[in-house]
Design a protein around this ligand. Structure first.
Ligand code: PEP
Length: 251
């Protein structure tokens, strides 16, 4: 049985006041979190410590994640944050390869793979975001796009890099658009990713968590999460509303 995981990606939203009250409301709504599910929130870098302190003092099982990291551990990289800094701040998850970074900042599959390795090396959980654009889907390139994003990690670190890691399938056309992949569309790609990993190592493929992201909300979460190869969700917009996020986690 794979653990169920729901991660909230707060992106570049929130203030000291709203980030603090959002996490407090989420904690209150999820006090009965069962042992076999894992919930995390990923605030902006500047709100990590605030959110961590609130989580820690409440005794909540909700975990902390970050939205990105630099692959190098230290150096002259103005504006960047290393994985060890994130670990120091209490993060246990780090997202890499979100399409907003791949597209907006030109992050290549190779760079994303390097970040993935750095996160894995230090003992945190990397969440590798993969997904195709609308035109790639329309021209039949979904499989090639998604699998080459996964391949970049295998080529650099081998299949064992996926042990304990998370893959988030996030079709770009579904992110922040209100258009969700149907449960069948999402399941098809999740199954494809798992089968691809299985060609390298069946046990790793069976144990790796593959979560879905792209306009998940309280109305569609259950039908998505009920699919055989969907192990939870990466939630953007809906994770900024405590009630919505709580309801998604309960799905
Ligand atoms: C995301 O940014 O990872 C995401 C899934 O966003 P949304 O839920 O808003 O589509």
């Amino acid at each position: 049985m794979r653990q169920r995981t729901v991660i909230g990606n707060w992106k570049m939203h929130g203030s000291v006041l709203t980030a603090g009250s959002l996490v407090s409301e989420i904690i209150e709504g999820l006090t009965d979190l069962s042992g076999d599910s894992q919930i995390a929130v990923c605030p902006s870098f500047v709100h990590l410590d605030l959110v961590y302190q609130i989580l820690k003092s409440s005794g909540s099982k909700i975990e902390l994640g970050a939205q990105d990291a630099r692959a190098e551990d230290k150096g002259a990289f103005t504006g960047d944050v290393s994985v060890s800094m994130l670990k120091d701040f209490g993060a246990s998850f780090v997202l890499v390869g979100h399409s907003e970074r791949r597209l907006g900042l030109g992050e290549s599959d190779e760079l994303v793979a390097s970040k993935f390795g750095a996160i894995q090396d230090i003992g945190l959980t990397p969440v590798l975001c993969v997904g195709e654009s609308e035109s790639q889907r329309e021209t039949g390139k979904t499989e090639k796009t998604v699998l080459s994003q996964v391949r970049a990690v295998i080529d650099k670190f081998g299949i064992s890099a996926f042990e304990g890691a998370i893959i988030a399938y996030e079709p770009i056309w579904a992110i922040g658009t209100g258009v969700t992949a149907t449960p069948e569309q999402a399941q098809e790609v999740h199954e494809l990713i798992r089968a691809y990993l299985a060609m390298e190592n069946a046990l790793t493929a069976d144990s790796v968590r593959i979560i879905y992201g792209g306009s998940v909300n309280s109305r569609n979460a259950a039908s998505l999460f009920n699919q055989r190869d969907i192990d939870g969700g990466l939630v953007g917009g809906a994770s900024l509303k405590a009630e919505e996020f709580i309801s998604i986690c309960k799905s």
